[in-house]
Design a protein around this ligand. Structure first.
Ligand code: C2E
Ligand code: CA
Ligand code: CA
Length: 766
């Protein structure tokens, strides 16, 4: 069976010569070397046979035929000598190979015919020579044509056929034995030719593959060499650079000063030339298990990006590590800058809200003890920004950041700008005393004047809210909102102070929010709001000179709400403007009904001043109600002058120019600045009730009452003592020289006639 399939192969090979052009070319080249040898053997052997037969056979057989054959051999010999090993035209090769078959068949037939013709002329010796000649010719031809298997087989068939004919013809036992030997030898040669031919094909194919691989590798290397990425290969055992592409050498030149290395010497150098090669990179270089590996490392001032990948052969064998690397200093700087921008406020260079939040989260996640979160809000910054411009505003914010930064750095506190004029600080301490001291320092530092570039000076202040972790919360959201609540309480308490969060504050804030909404509703619907009046008397005559209008608010579910509670809410929410107009209108129209012609005093909050609108509003109310301007008195506190000093006073001047009287309320509390008394010509000074109440037991309070009364007398300003509750109070303020009095002793705030019924019903139901 095996033999049969071999035979089939053989026939197949003969019928279908090699199609592979590379193989055909290799066959041509091999034949080009062998065929001249073959023809040389044939020429020599033919003439030796011819010489032996010369005396016996006719001349056409011993001279003419050998000459003819020799001529044919020579033509082919010269052809192969000239072009055999150097056939350049690939297209010609199949033709050349094909031709070999025909030429071999014809020449083999020619030789056989000549030998057969000579045979009868010789004796047994010479007949043996003919047989030997045929065997030699056939076997040498077959081996020389080993790469042209079809031709070799043709020769073999012709030789075997010839040998058999001669054997039968001779009838000689020796010849017959020789002929049989020839058949066997040719058969063996056929077998060898087949095997060798196939080996040759395999060898050529292997050569072609090897050449291809070499070519691929060369192309790859050329590609790697020209690549814009710096590539190095390293011996995985010795960790020595085995190859460096062009870009690598160029890149190396840029950092040469840092490496103490000649760039030419890169190949063959230990990888330790990169001094700060991370340990992981070293491991990855010697063990492919750690691949791919990526790292960035510093080489002097430069940053190097290093990637290590493995190179594996087609059969899966590990060849070694490949390093691609680049100097990424600029990219890293750009990345860092972008990251910086994402995390910082460009004006103050402090952390921004997002980054501060992150940091707070980090600190809270890994608590190393209690921390305090401080919310710092600037007092009076809005005014600076609005009146002096944003450039000045920015300048002040930058200086604020610098002062905060200085103190915080000293205390190892982190700081961020949350936006606008709000800053936040993480102080690594929960110790109340230390935090208080820190807050006092911040407040006093921020209260110092800021000198601007144009030499002007600006004063602002700061309020602070504090929340402490873990006491007031363990998560940033909770802590931030609680510090914010404490801040708002600090702001209400009067600016320039700090407050620590207390649970009660949260409830208060919620309540304030709810109350604000209710108040807005009440003002819009004019529901539950009443104006009460309290008389102010001239001590000397006992006559009511004025009545102070005091607003009252009643909520069905909550009863009467104190103005000291809801007025600050109205002031903070801006509702005070509408509420103030309501009181003004009510007071003016009520005063018109009073038979004694007393003036009406209306409280005006700082928030109602400074916009340049109050004078017009008052004028239109006076015109609408028909009340004379000189029967209206407005009461303002010193804060109205402080906050928006210039424009606040401007509004008061307008009112005064219209004939409206202006009183300074609550004098003695807060600033009690004589400068304010000079800054504006008040018609009246109201001494705060707390002084009057305390004057009986505290001589210093009595002295203040006396001093203000004295000052009033000298400035020609009426002085009113508030909070007179008893006869003793009255006696004291009379003795100290006050002109007018107000207090429960003479009458508490009461509703107007039209409201009395409703108010008493509401009070009774409460
Ligand atoms: P204020 O302007 O100092 O008003 C005088 C306050 O003293 C009133 O409190 C009055 O009821 C109270 N009072 C009067 N006599 C005595 C007394 O003998 N002893 C004591 N202990 N207190 C006395 P009220 O009505 O609670 O108002 C509180 C504050 O609310 C006012 O203080 C004023 O600043 C503000 N306010 C009241 N109504 C208005 C308003 O319509 N507009 C504005 N902007 N503020 C108002
Ligand atoms: Ca008042
Ligand atoms: Ca008062």
């Amino acid at each position: 069976m095996q033999f049969l399939s071999r035979f089939k192969h053989l026939i197949n090979d003969m019928v279908h010569p090699a199609k592979n052009p590379d193989l055909q070319r290799a066959q041509c080249i091999a034949l080009g070397r062998q065929i001249p040898l073959m023809y040389s053997i044939l020429i020599v052997a033919s003439w030796m046979l011819a010489a032996n037969f010369y005396p016996l056979a006719p001349v056409w057989l011993t001279l003419l035929m050998p000459m003819l054959l020799t001529a044919a051999f020579m033509v082919r010999l010269i052809y192969w000598l000239r072009s055999g090993t150097a056939i350049d035209d690939q297209n010609a090769i199949p033709g050349v190979l094909h031709r070999i078959n025909w030429v071999a068949a014809i020449l083999a037939a020619g030789i056989l015919a000549w030998a057969a013709a000579l045979f009868p002329y010789g004796g047994p010796f010479l007949q043996g020579h003919v047989t030997f000649f045929l065997a030699l010719s056939a076997i040498s031809t077959m081996f020389c044509l080993i790469q042209a298997r079809a031709a070799a087989m043709t020769v073999a068939l012709v030789a075997v056929t010839g040998a058999l004919i001669l054997i039968i013809w001779s009838g000689n036992a020796t010849i017959m034995a020789m002929g049989l030997n020839i058949v066997l030898a040719v058969a063996a040669a056929m077998f060898l030719v087949t095997i060798q031919g196939r080996n040759f094909e395999r060898m050529v194919a292997a050569q072609i593959r090897a050449r291809q691989r070499e070519e691929d590798q060369r192309r790859l290397l050329r590609m790697v060499d020209d690549m814009p990425i710096a590539v190095l290969t390293v011996d995985p055992e010795k960790l020595v650079v085995t190859y460096a592409n062009e870009t690598s050498i160029r890149t190396m030149r840029q950092i040469q000063d840092q490496l103490a290395l000649e760039q030419e010497a890169l190949v063959g150098t230990s990888i330790d030339v990169f001094e700060h090669l991370p340990h992981g990179a070293r491991a990855a270089l010697s063990d492919p298990a750690g691949l791919p590996y990526h790292t960035r490392m510093a080489v002097g001032p430069e940053v190097i990006d290093l990637q290590i990948t493995g190179v594996w052969a087609e059969d899966g064998a590990y060849i070694g590590p490949m390093l691609s690397w680049a100097i990424v200093t600029k990219e890293v700087e750009a990345e860092q800058h972008i990251r910086w921008l994402a995390h910082h406020d460009t004006l103050t260079r402090l952390q921004n809200r997002a980054r501060f939040r992150e940091q707070l989260d980090e600190v809270l996640e890994t608590p190393a003890g209690p921390i305090s979160l401080l919310f710092v809000d600037l007092d009076g910054f809005k005014l600076v920004n609005d009146t002096m411009g944003h450039v000045v505003g920015d300048e002040v914010l930058t200086s604020v950041a610098a002062r905060l930064h200085e103190i915080c750095t000293e205390q190892q506190a982190a700081i961020g700008r949350l936006g606008g004029d709000e800053f936040a600080i993480i102080l690594p301490s929960g110790d109340e005393e230390r935090v208080n001291q820190f807050c006092l320092r911040l407040i006093s530092s921020l209260s110092l004047p800021f000198r601007l570039e144009d030499q002007r000076s600006v004063e602002i202040g700061a309020s602070i809210g504090i929340a402490t972790a873990p006491r007031h919360g363990k998560r940033s959201k909770e802590l931030l909102s609680r510090a914010d609540i404490a801040l708002s309480v600090a702001k209400i308490a009067g600016k320039g102070t700090f407050r620590r969060f207390e649970p009660e504050m949260e409830r208060q804030v919620q309540e304030r929010v709810a109350l604000e909404a209710e108040l807005r509703e009440a003002i819009r619907n004019r529901r539950g709001l009443y104006v009460f009046y309290q008389p102010i008397l001239d001590i000397a005559s006992g006559r009511v000179t004025a009545r102070e209008a005091l607003v009252r608010w009643h909520l069905p579910q909550r009863g009467w709400i104190s103005p000291s509670y809801f007025i600050p809410i109205a002031e903070q929410s801006g509702l005070i403007r509408e509420l103030g107009l309501f009181v003004l209108e009510q007071a003016c129209s009520d005063a018109l009904q009073w038979a004694d012609g007393a003036r009406v005093a209306v409280n005006v909050s700082p928030g109602q001043l400074g916009q340049g609108t109050i004078a017009n509003a008052v004028l239109s109310i006076l015109l609408r109600t028909g009340l004379a301007a000189n029967r209206l008195e407005v009461e303002v506190t010193e804060t109205a002058l402080l906050n928006e000093e210039a424009s606040g006073i401007g509004d008061l001047r307008h009112l005064r120019a219209m004939g409206v009287r202006v009183a300074l309320d609550d004098f003695g509390t807060g600033y009690s600045s004589l400068a304010h008394l000079r800054a504006f010509p008040f018609d009246k000074i109201k001494i705060d009730g707390s002084f009057v109440r305390d004057a009986l037991t505290r001589p210093d309070c009595a002295a203040v009452v006396g001093a203000v009364a004295d000052l009033g007398r000298r400035l020609g300003v009426t002085t009113v003592a508030e909070g007179v509750e008893t006869e003793e109070h009255l006696k004291l303020v009379t003795r100290e020289g006050c002109v007018e009095v107000q207090g429960h002793y003479f009458g508490s705030p009461e509703p107007e006639g039209r409201d009395i019924g409703e108010v008493s019903r509401l009070t009774a139901s409460a």
